[in-house]
Design a protein around this ligand. Structure first.
Ligand SMILES: Cc1ncc(COP(=O)(O)O)c(C=O)c1O
Length: 244
């Protein structure tokens, strides 16, 4: 006998107090108390442990961004601030572009999350094909990650597993450069070349070497275009010879 679906009780309103009537975010914007809180300095600042930040110092003189549109942030006092780094490279198309806002809102309302373990949904496949079409050959597969750090860790694992799958499991050396930044995971701080980022965290990954860095202010300051010199930095790996 076919099972009758269970009646689903009406849930609470979207992002609002439980006694507010249920409203769909695209049909009628709910009174968004989170958005309102975002526009003023928070009442307490103890619990959030900020990355790459002198936390105590920050709390004494906080620099709080509240909103953004186009090329500008606005801080909690309403001052416009030119966003010279495009949201730390996350908002290169500009902030609050209506087409993007609408597309994100529509997708969240349609399917806000779906697992990719043993199940899937159509759009990641569609996007992967589009990325493949614009990526240089032979890059023809897409592995999604949530951050640069996770991407670096995944890339290191893929490289190791690739050689192992080809029967060359002895190829385990990972080469980074001094001063390179590759994120905050154990893999990233190991191949990265910033000792301050790894000195608290033990030995890190084994089998990692670093080549000298490419920063050459003495020769490159105020130079135009690509200099003739510097190719020797690319040759360092061959000069080092095979790993012992
Ligand atoms: C080369 C490189 N690798 C890794 C990362 C880490 O990215 P995320 O901060 O998203 O973890 C960055 C971030 O700037 C990066 O530039």
């Amino acid at each position: 006998m076919p099972r009758r679906p269970r009646a689903v009780p009406a849930g609470p309103a979207y992002g609002s107090a439980p006694d507010e009537p249920r409203r769909h975010p695209l049909r009628a914007a709910p009174a968004d108390h989170y958005a309102a809180q975002n526009l003023s300095a928070p009442a307490a600042m103890d619990a959030f442990w900020m990355p790459f930040t002198a936390n105590r110092q920050f709390r004494q003189s906080p620099r709080l961004l509240a909103s953004a549109e186009g090329m500008y942030y606005r801080d909690v006092e309403g001052r416009p601030i030119l966003d010279g780094t495009a949201g730390l490279w996350c908002c290169n198309a500009g902030h609050a572009r209506p087409r993007i806002v609408e597309a994100v809102a529509r997708q969240v309302a349609t399917l806000d999350f779906a697992p990719n373990f043993q199940m899937g949904s159509p759009l990641p496949f569609v996007l992967a094909e589009r990325l493949k079409a614009i990526a240089p050959r032979p890059l023809d597969h897409v592995f999604y990650t949530n951050s640069g750090s996770e991407a670096v860790d995944s890339a290191l694992k893929i490289a190791l597993a690739y050689h192992r799958a080809r029967g060359e499991g002895q190829r385990v050396r990972l080469i980074g450069r001094e001063k390179a930044y590759h994120g905050v995971s154990f893999g990233g701080i190991s191949v990265g070349g910033l000792p301050n980022n790894r000195k608290w965290f033990g030995a890190g990954l084994p089998g990692v070497d670093h080549l000298r860095h490419t920063l050459d202010i003495g020769r490159n300051a105020f130079s135009r275009g690509l200099p003739q010199h510097g190719v020797e930095l690319a040759d360092d790996l061959e000069a080092a010879g095979p790993a012992a």
